[in-house]
Design a protein around this ligand. Structure first.
Ligand SMILES: Cc1ncc(COP(=O)(O)O)c(C=O)c1O
Length: 379
C-alpha cells in the first residue's frame, strides 16, 4: 500500500477520507499525511518516509509512540479479555493515580473522549444548580456537542452574568488555550471567573483535556493557583487509547447515578485495556516528574530559535506546547508543505497546538531547527 492508494480508498469509504476534519490537511492545502506506524518521536507513512512528530496524536502521546513499557503492559492485559462492562481494579488504580496528582478531584468518572468528559461535566453543572445555561469563550474548543459550539467573548462575561446570572449553571474554560493556536493563561481572568461563579452560585469547569498532565504531573490549575469545581481530562491519561474523565468534589460528583439522579452511562467507560494504558503511562510520568523541566527546555530551545527568524511569524510558546502563525495564511501553507517534505510533522493548522514528548531528543530538536531555518529562507 502507498500513501495515495490508502487515501484513494479512504475517500470511497470515509467522509472526505477522514474521521476528523483536521486530518484532511485542508487548511494547509496539501495531501494529508497518512501514518502507518510510530515509534518514539517519529511517525512513518505508507511510502516509507519518516517524520519527527510534533502533533503526537493532538497532544496525547507525551511519552512518544509505542513506549515499550506501555506496549508490554497492554499486551499482557489483552490476554485476559478486552472488556466486560463491569468495575475492575484498573479503573480504581487509574482513578487513584489521578486523584493523588490532582487535589481538586475527590471523585471522578471515566468516559471515552474529551467531548464526553465535557458533556458529562456540563450536564452535571446543570443538574447540581437546577439551571440551564453554560458559558464558553470564543476561540476555545470543548468538543463537538452543538451547544458547546456557542460562545461569548471574554469581555462579555460580566454582562452575561448580570443579565442571566440566576440561569448560569457553569462556565467552562481552557485554562491554557490550545485550540486557536496556543493562548497563554490569563491568571487574573481565571481568578475573576472563580470569584464571579462563586458569587452567582455557578460552577467553574476547567477543560484540561489538553493541559492535564501536559505541564506537570497533574492539572495546570495547580500551577495557576485557581481551583475549579470540576476538571475535564482526556488525551494523556489514556496513554494513546480513547479516554475522557471528569471529576471534582465528592458532593458534586455524587449527584451522578447510582448515588444521585443524573443518569450517565457508557458501554466502554473504564475499559481495562484503556485503563492499563493510562496506568502504565502515568506511572512512567510520575517517575519522570522532575523531567517535565527537560521538556520545557526542549520546547524553549526550539521556539526561541524559530522566533528569531522572521517578523511575520508569531511563535506562541507555553511550557511544553507551542503554535505558529504567519501574517499570511499562504505563507504558513508553503512553510508547512516544505517542512513536511523535510520530515518535520507539525500540526496541519495554525489553530492547532504542537507538542513536545519525552522521546524527542536534543538531536531531533536541532534537526527541526535546521529544517525550519532552511524553509523560512525559501519562502
Ligand atoms: C480542550 C479540549 N476539550 C475537549 C476536546 C475534545 O476531546 P476529544 O477529541 O477526545 O473528544 C479537545 C480535543 O482536542 C480539546 O482540545
Amino acid at each position: 500500500m502507498t500513501n495515495s492508494l490508502v487515501f484513494k480508498k479512504a475517500k470511497t469509504h470515509l467522509v472526505g477520507g477522514v474521521n476528523s476534519p483536521v486530518r484532511s490537511f485542508k487548511y494547509v492545502g496539501t495531501a494529508p499525511l497518512l501514518i502507518k506506524r510510530g515509534k518514539g518521536p517519529r511517525v512513518y507513512d505508507y511510502d516509507g518516509n519518516s517524520y519527527i512528530d510534533y502533533v503526537l496524536s493532538y497532544g496525547v502521546s507525551i511519552l512518544g509512540h509505542a513506549h515499550p513499557g506501555v506496549v508490554r503492559s497492554l499486551k499482557n492485559t489483552l490476554e485476559h479479555g478486552a472488556g466486560f462492562g463491569a468495575t475492575n481494579s484498573r479503573e480504581v488504580e487509574l482513578a487513584g493515580l489521578i486523584k493523588k496528582a490532582d487535589p481538586v478531584i475527590e471523585k471522578l468518572r471515566f468516559v471515552n473522549s474529551g467531548t464526553e468528559a465535557v458533556l458529562g461535566a456540563t450536564r452535571l453543572a446543570k443538574a447540581c444548580t437546577g439551571r440551564d445555561k453554560i458559558i464558553k469563550f470564543r476561540n476555545s474548543y470543548h468538543g463537538h456537542a452543538d451547544y458547546l459550539l456557542e460562545e461569548i467573548d471574554k469581555g462579555s462575561a460580566e454582562g452575561i452574568f448580570k443579565k442571566h446570572g440566576s440561569r448560569i449553571a457553569g462556565v467552562i474554560v481552557e485554562p491554557v488555550g490550545g485550540n486557536c493556536g496556543v493562548r497563554l493563561p490569563d491568571k487574573d481572568f481565571l481568578k475573576y471567573l472563580r470569584r464571579i461563579t462563586r458569587k452567582y452560585g455557578s460552577l467553574l469547569i476547567f477543560d484540561e483535556v489538553i493541559t492535564g498532565f501536559r505541564f506537570k504531573f497533574g492539572s495546570v490549575s495547580d500551577i495557576l493557583g485557581v481551583k475549579p469545581d470540576l476538571i475535564c481530562l482526556g488525551k494523556i491519561i489514556g496513554g494513546g487509547l480513547p479516554i475522557g474523565a471528569y471529576g471534582g468534589k465528592a458532593r458534586i460528583m455524587n449527584k451522578l447515578a447510582p448515588l444521585g439522579d443524573l443518569y450517565q452511562g457508557s458501554t466502554f467507560a473504564g475499559n481495562p485495556i484503556v485503563m492499563q494504558s493510562g496506568i502504565a503511562t502515568l506511572k512512567v510520568l510520575s517517575s519522570s516528574k522532575n523531567r517535565y523541566s527537560s521538556l520545557e527546555k526542549k520546547a524553549k530551545k526550539l521556539t526561541d530559535a524559530i522566533k528569531k527568524e522572521r517578523d511575520d511569524l508569531q511563535v506562541i510558546h507555553y511550557k511544553t506546547i507551542f503554535s505558529l502563525r504567519f501574517r499570511k495564511k499562504a505563507h504558513f501553507q508553503s512553510f508547512y508543505k516544505k517542512l513536511l517534505k523535510k520530515g518535520i510533522y507539525l500540526a496541519p493548522s495554525e489553530n492547532e497546538a504542537n507538542f513536545i514528548s519525552f522521546s524527542h531528543t536534543e538531536k531531533d530538536i536541532d534537526k527541526t531547527i535546521d529544517a525550519v531555518k532552511n524553509v523560512l529562507r525559501e519562502i
